[in-house]
Structure formats: structure tokens, C-alpha cells
Design a protein around this ligand. Structure first.
Ligand code: BG6
Length: 504
């Protein structure tokens, strides 16, 4: 494959700058799947309505079932109506402008003929629509097809004409353990150059996740506090109120550790704990994130037994396409330690689960208590140490909680909050992660994607847990009721260290 020569690090020229990507064709493999319907097409339609897509631009949906362009467009219209901000039914004219840029291509993922026909179709689009030979291939299929499709794309020699670019977006999950992630990297890198590969973790596309950079590195007052001298511990919760819904077939083979911890939660750890990058180009940001992940203390078998808790919600085994005796975890809580100068001795507690009391993702920085007992004498032991919480979703924002004197002639303290709320400050809730990520890939900005070593180092932390769990019998599953904060063992994990989870 032709290495990508058009990449400039756009974040370096300013986070605020709006840049329209160059003309290109987006080919979505797995175009009749859930991801395309729920996330990709709604994101593309919203981008189109906000005039953020390039012109010319085309979308080729590729899947195995035979289907006409018209039938495919009708399905996408229904998805956009359900999941996009802009509703086609409210403004049919806008949909009528969007629909012709979408077409359908039937092909089997392993058939050479399908790729030859795809090549012809792409050349035709370049000639008739002016897409200039730039191609973005999006792997939205089941993960077992990723390596095959990459290999077939290479064999079909679809390389664009001189000067044009070709890129590959790979959806999560990238592998199912360290060995499979390494193998997948090897297989894809045999065809594409690292600079052409965009490994998705959609959490990185969330505004509030990117705002961790701004909060930490655009404000002077935080840096002196953001370390072991002032921080007692960090809690990261990613809670979902829903169960596995119709995704039981995938989820039962994955579980919460692979599905959420290896990817989204470790990314949040990396952004919270990393050193300032020397610039905002992708390499500098990836380098700093990888350094944090490498500094995470590896977990031995005993650690897994002691500081990793797994849970399964009641009724999980009755979900569609879930084994009736499944031992898959739908909840994980664990303690991590980062072995570097900034964070030595500061525990990072992570928890995630399905069927918890609410949908909420939050990073809480818990500061140390005041060192002297001045107020304890008058108000007892009730002074809560300061907390800064980054609310990733919903109610996106940041708050700082501190003690204040209650009005009156006696000294009494209360915890009060200074609250920043995206919707109030900016007049709108943050946009969808996939909109940002699709545009970034078209522009050639890999900052918010994962590099090969980053994915592997995340798997190297998680794989010993999977191996230990495979050897040892799970706890009595199910072990938590839907609508609760997981099994008791998750509370004990903190309680035995004199701490408690704080609800997001
Ligand atoms: C996905 C997981 O990556 O993230 C899902 O596969 C999970 O199981 C989802 O529900 C959560 O994403 P969000 O953006 O809703 O927090």
C-alpha cells in the first residue's frame, strides 16, 4: 500500500480551526450492521447537515447481502431518523441531497472478484464525482474479518493514483488478548503502513475526553496539585444502566474486562495520568500515553485474586444469545498502581458494569485531607477532602467540591461545589464522538486514535487477568442485582483501604 504522505498534524495548527477534509470515498465494510446504522450513518448525516463533509464526497456501503442502492438508502434514512440529531422526516430535501452520495456494493469479504469490482467502482466515482482517488476504508464488520479484509485489499492492489491517500479505520475490539492483538497488528501492518491505520476507541472522540487535555494542560493552577503530593487516589467509573440488550452474542464472548477496561477505561487512565506532550501531534501524544500504560504495575495471579473483582447481573444468563451457564463478567472493579515519579503510591480504582443504577462516566480526583486538625476540633471528623470530578457523560462538565463555612455565628462547614457545565457555558451539549473521529481520519489526524504499541501494552495489562480467571472458578454468579453498584466485593476493595466509592 502507498504510505500516507498527506498527513500534517492538524491539532498543531490550533484546536479551534475548522478544516474541511479533502474529497474522498468512504467505504464501509459491514454496511448492514448495527454500528453503521446506529453510529456511522447518523454521524455522517449530521456532518452533512452542518456542511462539515468534504465536497466531493461519496459513501460506499459494502456488505454480503444483495441490495439495491435505493433499498440501502431507505434503510439508512430510517437509521438517521432514529439516531441522528437532524431528522430526515423534518426536512426531506436535506435527505434528498444526502442520499445520492451513498451507494451500495455487494461483495463477500473473501472474494477476489468483489474487490476487483470495488476497485472499478472507486475509479468510476473518482472519474464521475471527482473524489480524487482518496479512499478511507472503515472496518465495521465482526472482528474476525479485519485481517482478511486488509489482506484482500492489499492483494487487490486498489492503491490510488499518485498523490492520493488510502487509509484504514479499524473498529474496536482490536484483538481479544495480547497474542491476538499482536497477530492482528502484524497482519494489517503487512499491508498498510502504521500512518495509514486508524484504530478506533470512540471514547477519545468524546469532547469531554479531549477536554482532559485542555483542563490539565491549559490551566496553570492544576499542575502543582496533579501528583502524589496532593492526590490521595483516583476513581474512574463507567456505569451503564442498560444490560447487553441484543448484543449478547458478541458480549458473552467478550465480557466487561475486554469490552470496557482494556479500551475505554485504560484510555481514561492514560489521559488523566500522562505527562504534558511536547506538542499536539499524534506521535507526541501517543508517546506520553504509552509511557503511562507501560508504567502500570503488572498484575500477578495473587493480585488478580486480591484487587480485581468481577460480577454478573441477575438475569444476564437469560439474555438472548447468552449461554445459560455463562461465566462472563458484566462488571469489573480493580485497583491499578502507576509506578512513576508522579503517581507512585496513588491508587487508581476503576469500575465499570452493565445494569448499574445509572448511566454515568466520571473521573474523580480525590485529594488528601488537610494535614492539621484545626476544624476537626470544632466540627468533628466531618471534613470531606476536596474532589475534582470530570463528568464525561451525561451532564458533561467538571466540578470541584470543597468545604465552606455555613453562614451563622458558629463555625460549621458544608461541602459546596463549583460547577462547569458544557451545555450552560457553550449553549449546546457536546457533539457525537464518531463525527469527530470520521473527520479526523479524513484529515489525516491520528491523535485521537490508538497506535499499535498502545493497544498491545493495554492488552499486556489485561491478559494476565483473563488467564487467571480462565484457571480459577468464578465467584457465585450472578452476584449483583440489576440497579445496584455491583457485587459487595467491589465495595470491600476500597473499604479495606479506608476508602469508599463515590457515586458519580
Ligand atoms: C462500547 C462497548 O465500546 O462502548 C459497549 O462495546 C458499551 O458495550 C459502549 O455499551 C459504551 O459507550 P458509551 O459511548 O455509550 O459510553
Amino acid at each position: 500500500m502507498i504510505p500516507d504522505q498527506s498527513i500534517v498534524p492538524p491539532l498543531r495548527v490550533g484546536l479551534a480551526a475548522q478544516r474541511t477534509p479533502p474529497p474522498n470515498v468512504l467505504v464501509i465494510f459491514g454496511a448492514t450492521g448495527d454500528l453503521t446504522a446506529r453510529k456511522l450513518v447518523p454521524a455522517l448525516f449530521d456532518l452533512f447537515c452542518e456542511s462539515k463533509l468534504p465536497a466531493p464526497f461519496c459513501i460506499v456501503g459494502l456488505a454480503r447481502r444483495a441490495k439495491s442502492d435505493a433499498a440501502f438508502r431507505a434503510e439508512l434514512r430510517a437509521s438517521a431518523q432514529r439516531f441522528a440529531r437532524a431528522k430526515p422526516d423534518d426536512d426531506s430535501a436535506r435527505w434528498d441531497h444526502f442520499a445520492p452520495i451513498v451507494c451500495y456494493h455487494q461483495a463477500d469479504f473473501d472474494s477476489a472478484d468483489g474487490y476487483t469490482r470495488l476497485g472499478a467502482r472507486l475509479r468510476e466515482l473518482d472519474a464521475t464525482r471527482g473524489t480524487q482517488g482518496n479512499r478511507l476504508f472503515y472496518l465495521a464488520t465482526a472482528p474476525e474479518y479485519y485481517a482478511l479484509i486488509a489482506e484482500r485489499l492489499g492483494a487487490a492492489q486498489l492503491a490510488p493514483p499518485g498523490g492520493a491517500w488510502e487509509r484504514l479505520i479499524v473498529e474496536k475490539p482490536f484483538g481479544s488478548d495480547l497474542a491476538s492483538a499482536r497477530a492482528l497488528n502484524r497482519q494489517i501492518l503487512a499491508v498498510f503502513d502504521e500512518a495509514q491505520i486508524y484504530r478506533i476507541d470512540h471514547y477519545l472522540g468524546k469532547e469531554t475526553v479531549q477536554n482532559i487535555f485542555a483542563f490539565r494542560f491549559a490551566n496553570t493552577i492544576l499542575e502543582p496539585l496533579w501528583n502524589r503530593n496532593y492526590v490521595d487516589h483516583v476513581q474512574i467509573t463507567a456505569a451503564e444502566s442498560i444490560g447487553v440488550e441484543e448484543r449478547g452474542g458478541y458480549y458473552d464472548g467478550a465480557g466487561a474486562l475486554r469490552d470496557m477496561v482494556q479500551s475505554h477505561l485504560l484510555q481514561l487512565v492514560a489521559l488523566t495520568a500522562m505527562e504534558p506532550p511536547v506538542s499536539f501531534d499524534a506521535t507526541a501524544v501517543h508517546d506520553e500515553k504509552v509511557k503511562v500504560l507501560r508504567a502500570l504495575c503488572p498484575l500477578c495471579e495473587r493480585d488478580v485474586d486480591d484487587i480485581v473483582v468481577r460480577g454478573q447481573y441477575a438475569a444476564y444468563r437469560a439474555e438472548p444469545r447468552v449461554a445459560p451457564d455463562s461465566t462472563t463478567e458484566t462488571f469489573v472493579a480493580l485497583r491499578l498502581a502507576i509506578d512513576n515519579w508522579r503517581w507512585a503510591g496513588v491508587p487508581f480504582y476503576l469500575r465499570t458494569g452493565k445494569c448499574l443504577p445509572k448511566r454515568a462516566t466520571e473521573i474523580q480526583i480525590h485529594f488528601k485531607p488537610v494535614p492539621h486538625p484545626l476544624f476537626a476540633r470544632v466540627v468533628g471528623n466531618g471534613i470531606t477532602p476536596n474532589v475534582i470530578a470530570l463528568r464525561i457523560q451525561p451532564d458533561e462538565g467538571i466540578y470541584w467540591e470543597f468545604a465552606a463555612k455555613r453562614p451563622g455565628q458558629t463555625i460549621q462547614l458544608s461541602d459546596v461545589r463549583m460547577d462547569f457545565c458544557y451545555a450552560d457555558s457553550f449553549g449546546a451539549a457536546p457533539g457525537e464522538a464518531y463525527e469527530t473521529l470520521l473527520l479526523d481520519a479524513m484529515r489525516g489526524d491520528a491523535t485521537l486514535f490508538n497506535r499499535n504499541d498502545e493497544v498491545e501494552v493495554a492488552w499486556s495489562l489485561v491478559t494476565p487477568i483473563l488467564e487467571r480467571w480462565a484457571q480459577s472458578p468464578p465467584p457465585e454468579f450472578p452476584n449483583y442485582a440489576a440497579g445496584t453498584w455491583g457485587p459487595d466485593a467491589a465495595n470491600l476493595l476500597l473499604a479495606r483501604e479506608g476508602r469508599a466509592w463515590r457515586a458519580p
